[in-house]
Ligand binder design. Sequence first.
Ligand SMILES: *Cc1c(COP(=O)(O)O)cnc(C)c1O
Ligand SMILES: [Zn+2]
Length: 414
Amino acid sequence: MSYVRVLCCRRCGREYPIKPISLCDFCFSPLEVIYDYKSLAEAVSRETLSSGPVSMWRYRDLLPVDGEVVDIGAGFTPLVRADRLGRELGLERLYIKNDCLNPTFSFKDRVVSVAITKAREFGFNTTACASTGNLAASVAAHAAKANMKSYVFVPSDVERDKLVGTAIYNPILVVVDGTYDDVNQLCARLAERYNWGFVNINLRPYYAEGSKTLAYEVAEQLEWHAPDCVVAPAGSGLMFTRIWKGLNELSILGLIKPVNTHMYLTQAAGCSPIVNAFEARSLHVHPVRPNTIAKSIAIGNPADGYYALMVARQSGGGACAVTDEEATEGVKLLAQTEGIFAETAGGVVIAGLKKLAASQAIENGKLTVAFITGAGPKTQETVADIVRPFTIQPTLESFEEVVGKGNQSFCGSP
Ligand SMILES: *Cc1c(COP(=O)(O)O)cnc(C)c1O
Ligand SMILES: [Zn+2]
């Protein structure tokens, strides 16, 4: 049914059948889904894609699934013209891809929807993940919908709001005393021992493909154009590589012109191994120990760091790190100019965008899309200092004494 051909090793090119595997047996590099683009080009057009469902599943032909999908409504989120933020930063043609508006309030619903669909196709009745927080909620929610059992593993410093937002779907929630990288190593061992579909381990090649829908949507929402510049957060780096892949696939299929998009990735300075490598002009991403409030992207040893680095370099883009303070200011700036409340990872994007605009790496006039991948209520405590209300008695006098006099025009009068 699908247009998938094989899995292919990103480094040595060896091919593998479509199975729940993620690494090459020979060089241990990640495997990637390869499609039959010739048949795809005959089957899809702008019209066929645009007439699909109003979700990420309108791009189903470009995703590695065969059966009925596990769909809780991920994708087709708004691309909003960010005039006020753009004026603030000196970018006249700025857009925000608002992926806060997914069912579990982060872009992870895109990748999980594909991975859980695949898990069911492969016959798993249990699904699992190693999560920095957002993935756990998405896996638990999709497993609930698919009537599958789920084990979700998170590091001990995960935000409390993310635990609640996960536990509500009733997974087996396991808090591991360690960092995300410790959680990930444990899960790799569990994946060898148990016959579970780990969305970001043995199902990772399929999971990865869900992120391409971010690129498809943006291109369609820009009336089938690629942006001049993309600014997006990087944890493992996987999403960043798949935004790039998605844009290039549209061009291969003749749906957009050849891609000339400059890809910029952003990380928190407290966990910026990919930015470090970019700035050192090195090909090696050295692991770090994370220390940042941007926990959803706090991955010290990023599995796809090398490939994300290559995308930033080869696209003529870049990489930019920001402090936690700058990220918090970024969250506030986005909320106070565009009315969009992002989590800390979004603050990292806005603060990075601000630096890239100030240094003219991104010039005014370039059509720029910033990807906001998670919603603010998940990391509320980091901006709680914003709450400084007036406290008054329920009287006019108290209002005017404490808050001050408003302007005294009544409804309808000038
Ligand atoms: C997981 C996540 C990312 C990064 O994803 P990677 O593919 O690991 O780079 C970005 N933003 C948010 C909010 C996330 O939860
Ligand atoms: Zn290989």
